[in-house]
Design a protein around this ligand. Structure first.
Ligand code: GCU
Length: 585
């Protein structure tokens, strides 16, 4: 972030905000802007046409001319939240929500800079301060920052964020996907006060060279300056001087930390200082590598006993609370899981922080889902930026072992070029993790051309459900040896909670449990399969699902959408994982 990079002269569009201005929050004390905001829903997009951001805050009786927007006169809603769950008439709203609130600012230091940090806004957000356009961000599930300094007033300031959640073919995800299209400022919003020169990003990781005794410290500053940063890990009694040139620096140190693993989720306090700035994080050190068909965690083979999870709640929509995250981890533990596939977009950052503390391994993913506009360079840049923001946000999270660049995308030349660029970028940006994607079989075999760009091949297969030919699973497992780890990234079946019938008809709990049994009788024996993450933990909202047993929900959950009623297959999977956990690493 160069000084005043989001200055007020950006014009009506505002600069495109991206990963390069994302400010690391760890160890800082931000000022929270959560709470009551005014929200006006703008179905016809009049806000940009009529330049609502430039209006004053007079009340209607004080206007000289009529207006269609009353800046502080919207409905008062709590941020963070999804508008879809706040009013029945807002359930399916797809358009722009104009959020407004004011805040007081008094300068505390002469050289102080102030940045707005938004945890997530679904999908495109335009930020205005005191009527100035400061920038716009694309991507519904990653954080972004925009500098407010130049547009701040001493005393009262007016902050507006226009959030658009329309489903468009050139977005990531595109207009069709199998989850609910929530909208709004649905994660936390903060003000961050910073010195003139500050630490933008600081990461410390174990160099993945098989030795596991070399730490790499990397520091990025807000501005292209020289100097020395200092990274200390008190418990290891080390301080690493990191020479910085033109705002970037890196240094290695030989040390043998206690390694992080699901069995021993050891975290170290890591403090990074530069000039007047300091950040600190809790970081676990571990190595994940692929060796032929095996996945090695800290040099030892590991088998991933996983489950997929959406970020969806009947009361909260896509927002998630600490209680909601705790419940997700509680159910994963009860299943004897050591792994979660967070689908199909970046989840709240508390999930990876909790996984670090609890010792659960994670697959994190950006929503390059189904039929993306792979020929569009603008769409590629959107996907690339979402991946970069996710890596910047979670790079210090030991639990994250896999970056996923897509899910069930069609095997075309444009798509494979798009994804291989994304894979190369992710691997270059973060060589300490593996790159994967969820692919589908072709002719019952692994033939997808993108697999050559992946470190771990994810396979979504529904033998026994969408494909009645269950023996096809045996043929696939017996004849596909791609020479690299294969993770069954989806498998499952629908069941309506409470629909019980010993004859196991479709949508009965018995049929779902039966398919789990039949699947794992074969999967557990497949030597090159490094793990499974069945689809999925909870039933979730999806308007594509309108049969009388679905009624707007995808029913493949092992637990109903109330996150309470457990289906027969839950106990089946817990028993299967208990047995696998005892027999495989
Ligand atoms: C696909 C897809 C999921 C979807 C699931 C289903 O594999 O990846 O997003 O919900 O199948 O059909 O239930």
């Amino acid at each position: 972030m160069s000084p005043r990079s989001n200055s007020c002269e950006n014009g009506p569009e505002g600069a495109l905000i991206g990963a390069d201005t994302l400010v690391m929050l760890a160890g800082r004390r931000p000022e929270h802007l959560d709470g009551p905001w005014s929200l006006t829903l703008d179905l016809f997009g009049e806000g940009l046409n009529q330049n609502w951001a430039a209006l004053d805050e007079k009340r209607p009786i004080e206007w000289e001319l009529p207006r269609d927007y009353d800046i502080a006169g919207g409905e008062i809603v709590h941020v963070p939240s999804c508008w879809n769950v706040l009013r029945p008439e807002w359930r399916f709203f797809e358009g722009t929500g104009w959020y407004t609130r004011s805040f007081e600012w008094q300068q505390r230091r002469t050289d102080e800079r102030v940045v707005l940090y938004v945890g997530a806004a679904a999908y495109e957000a335009r930020v205005y301060l005191n009527g100035y356009p400061l920038g716009r961000h694309r991507g519904a599930s990653t954080p972004f920052c925009v500098e407010l300094t130049d547009a701040l007033e001493t005393g009262a300031n007016r902050l507006q964020i226009a959030v658009n959640n329309q489903r468009l073919a050139n977005r990531i995800p595109p207009e069709r996907f199998d989850w609910f299209n929530y909208g709004g400022l649905y994660r936390e919003v903060h003000l961050v006060r910073l010195p003139a020169l500050f630490i933008l990003d600081a990461t410390v990781s174990l160099v993945p060279d098989g030795g596991r005794f070399t730490l790499l410290a990397e520091v990025t500053l807000s501005d292209p300056t020289d100097g020395t940063a200092h990274v200390s890990i008190p418990e290891l009694d080390i301080e690493i001087p990191v020479p910085v040139s033109a705002g970037r620096g890196a240094a290695v140190v030989a040390v043998t930390p206690a390694l992080w693993s699901p069995a021993s989720p050891k975290l170290y306090r890591v403090v990074t200082r530069f000039g007047n700035d300091l950040v600190e994080d809790q970081i676990g050190f571990r190595e994940i590598r692929a060796d032929g068909p095996q996945l090695l965690l800290n040099g030892a083979p590991i088998y991933l006993r996983g489950i997929c999870a959406h970020e969806d709640d009947v009361a909260l929509g896509k927002s998630s609370t600490r209680e909601d995250v705790e419940r997700r981890f509680g159910h994963a533990r009860a299943l004897n899981c050591n792994f979660l596939r967070l689908t199909h977009y970046p989840h709240h950052e508390n999930v990876a922080k909790t996984a670090d503390e609890r010792g659960l391994l994670l697959w994190e993913e950006i929503p390059v889902y189904w039929n993306v506009d792979f020929a569009s360079d603008e769409t590629y840049r959107d996907a690339e930026n979402q991946m970069q923001e996710l890596i910047r946000r979670d790079r210090n999270r030991a639990s994250v072992i896999l970056w996923s660049i897509g899910n069930e995308t069609p095997d075309t030349v444009e798509r494979t070029h798009f994804l291989s660029r994304l894979a190369d970028m992710a691997r270059h940006m973060d060589p300490t993790r593996l790159v994967t994607a969820a692919c589908t079989l072709q002719g019952g075999m692994i033939k997808d051309s993108v697999t050559s760009s992946l470190d771990v091949i994810g396979i979504n297969q529904y033998f026994g459900w969408y494909d009645p030919d269950l023996p096809g699973l045996a043929r696939f497992l017996e004849h596909s040896f791609p020479g690299k780890p294969v993770l069954i990234s989806e498998v499952g079946a629908d069941a309506l909670a409470g629909l019980r019938d010993p004859s196991a008809p479709l949508f009965s709990e018995e049929r779902q449990a039966q398919i789990y049994r039949q699947q794992f009788e074969m999967l557990a024996r497949a030597s090159y399969v490094c793990g499974v993450s069945p689809w999925l933990l909870y039933d979730f909202r999806s308007e594509r699902r309108q049969s009388s047993v679905q009624r707007g929900f995808n029913r493949k959950g092992l637990i109903a959408e109330d996150k309470n009623r457990t289906k027969l297959a839950f106990g089946e999977l817990a028993r299967i994982y208990q047995q696998i956990g005892e027999s495989r690493p």
